[in-house]
Design a protein around this ligand. Structure first.
Ligand SMILES: Cc1cc2nc3c(=O)[nH]c(=O)nc-3n(C[C@H](O)[C@H](O)[C@H](O)COP(=O)(O)OP(=O)(O)OC[C@H]3O[C@@H](n4cnc5c(N)ncnc54)[C@H](O)[C@@H]3O)c2cc1C
Ligand code: FES
Length: 263
């Protein structure tokens, strides 16, 4: 073996198959916060990257964002949606799972103050960006939306732990301000505050936040929630139409610049 081929073999792959040990599983309103011991993986995520987690009894892994890394531990927020996520939130501590990770491109590092616009578990994909922006001295404006008051615990356990104030919008007016979080974003942009806009949540929310940012000529990024199977660019199930042609959300995304997406 030549020294050159040794060097090639020594290169770490971008992603790997890791073992995670579930150490805590607690409800946060309708969501669940799952904490894992993941010593081979925890420190390797950039903001906005994700893992593809196996669920016992299911063939396909499920793509999930990483809320937070602390030492060797990772935390995820999971909203039960279909059979896979319903089974995930019912797993007892002590369960060992496997995850392909870290996957995806992640968000660009904030170069100016930021506005985060989230809905539901979209918070998970944004929290590391919030922490990075605060660390680099940026101001962080947070607008979160939900049908009612169900996301209050999630907000406290995420943005709240960074000391961030959140403008919470409930559609039924039961908590915070009545309406949609894009109302807060629009007010900020109309006031001429120069921010980069980062949005993760339901498609309609990301679309509205992205179009507002473009209208006010501000940079904006979204993390698209697309059905994924392999998570590593092999199966082509996560196709997304962009202005520069078809892309695959697991390797070209999941983060896309708002102006690139065909809304
Ligand atoms: C990058 C990314 C990050 C995410 N982060 C989070 C998060 O932090 N928290 C959160 O709660 N949710 C997150 N999601 C959404 C989450 O992945 C979905 O809710 C979950 O995969 C749904 O799985 P399910 O079995 O519960 O439901 P369903 O989607 O209804 O699954 C039903 C069936 O569809 C099948 N299926 C799914 N995808 C495919 C496919 N590509 N091809 C063929 N069959 C398929 C499944 O195997 C299953 O049998 C994220 C999604 C993405 C893309
Ligand atoms: S999920 Fe297989 S190519 Fe993207």
């Amino acid at each position: 073996m030549t020294p050159q081929s040794l060097e090639v073999n020594a290169e770490r792959p971008r992603w790997d198959d890791h073992e995670l040990l579930l150490s805590e599983n607690r409800p946060l309103g309708p969501h669940h916060l799952l904490r894992f011991e993941a010593p081979t993986l925890a420190s390797r995520f950039r903001p906005g990257q994700f893992l593809n987690l196996n669920v016992p009894g299911h063939v396909l892994r499920r793509p999930l964002a990483v809320l937070r890394q602390e030492g060797d531990d990772l935390e995820l927020v999971i909203t039960p949606f279909g059979p896979g996520t319903r089974d995930l939130v019912n797993l007892p501590p002590g369960t060992r799972l496997r995850a392909l990770a870290p996957l995806g491109n992640g968000f660009p590092a904030p170069e100016e103050d930021v506005a985060l616009v989230s809905g539901g578990a979209g918070v998970a994909a944004l929290l590391m960006t919030a922490a990075a922006a605060l660390k680099s001295g940026r101001r962080v404006h947070v607008f979160h939306g939900a049908p009612g008051d169900e996301d209050v615990e999630l907000i406290k356990a995420s943005y709240g732990e960074l000391g961030l104030e959140v403008e919470y919008y409930s559609e039924d007016g039961s908590y915070g301000r009545a309406g949609l979080p894009t109302a807060g974003l629009e007010r900020l942009l109309a006031d001429g505050v120069a921010v980069g806009v980062y949005s993760v949540g339901p498609y309609g929310l990301m679309r509205a936040a992205a179009l507002l940012a473009l209208e006010y000529d501000r940079p904006a990024y979204v993390s698209l929630d697309v059905h994924m199977a392999c998570g590593v660019g092999a199966c082509l199930s996560c196709a997304v139409l962009t202005k520069s042609g078809q892309k695959h959300a697991c390797v070209d995304g999941p983060v896309f610049a708002a102006e690139e997406v065909v809304w």
